[in-house]
Design a protein around this ligand. Structure first.
Ligand SMILES: [Zn+2]
Ligand SMILES: [Zn+2]
Length: 171
């Protein structure tokens, strides 16, 4: 693996307005994290794009694919999945920070910032292991999906107790 897997040579391509060039690159981006969701350091990310040479720049369109891991926000079990993010961005000389573009070098186009941005915007925040995850017992921490715990029914939920007081007050 080269040390710069995300650098696409574009010296000749830049002179050919209208040309299209298919590029598929895979490599590591380092750890990406948003809240508690992580693309781990050793994860292989793939960028599969078409470079279209336009006047004043190169348009990059395709997908960024990777895998992520997190903890279920209710039961804390490990969860994870794959993700494929559609991208369509313009690279141009002088592009970058204050504009909605990426910088285009004289000889290379760097796919790494595009891949990082795409994944960070698309990673799931606070995922669940499954939609109906019942979470943990708030009293003892037992996993309720595993059949509950000794607390179940033993202690009334304080929210219901408060409702009971309200009801008896209005009778
Ligand atoms: Zn869960
Ligand atoms: Zn319990």
């Amino acid at each position: 693996m080269t040390t710069r897997p995300w650098q696409v040579p574009v010296t000749a391509l830049r002179r050919a307005v209208g040309a299209r060039h298919v590029e598929r690159r895979s490599g590591r981006l380092g750890e990406l994290r948003i809240a508690d969701t992580v693309v781990p350091t050793d994860t292989e990310t793939t960028v599969d794009v078409v470079l279209s040479v336009v006047v004043g720049g190169i348009e990059v369109e395709g997908t960024v694919s990777s895998t992520w891991g997190a903890q279920c926000r209710r039961c804390l079990r490990p969860v994870g999945g794959s993700i494929e993010v559609p991208v369509r961005e313009l690279y141009r000389p002088g592009g970058g920070d204050e504009e909605d573009t990426y910088p285009l070098g004289t000889d290379t186009l760097d796919l790494e910032p595009l891949a990082r941005d795409a994944l960070l915007l698309a990673l799931p925040l606070a995922p669940l292991c499954r939609d109906d995850c019942s979470g943990l017992c708030p009293m003892c921490g037992a996993d309720l999906a595993e059949g509950g715990c000794a607390c179940a029914g033993a202690a009334a939920d304080p929210r219901w107790a408060a409702l009971d007081v309200l009801r008896s007050g209005t009778d």
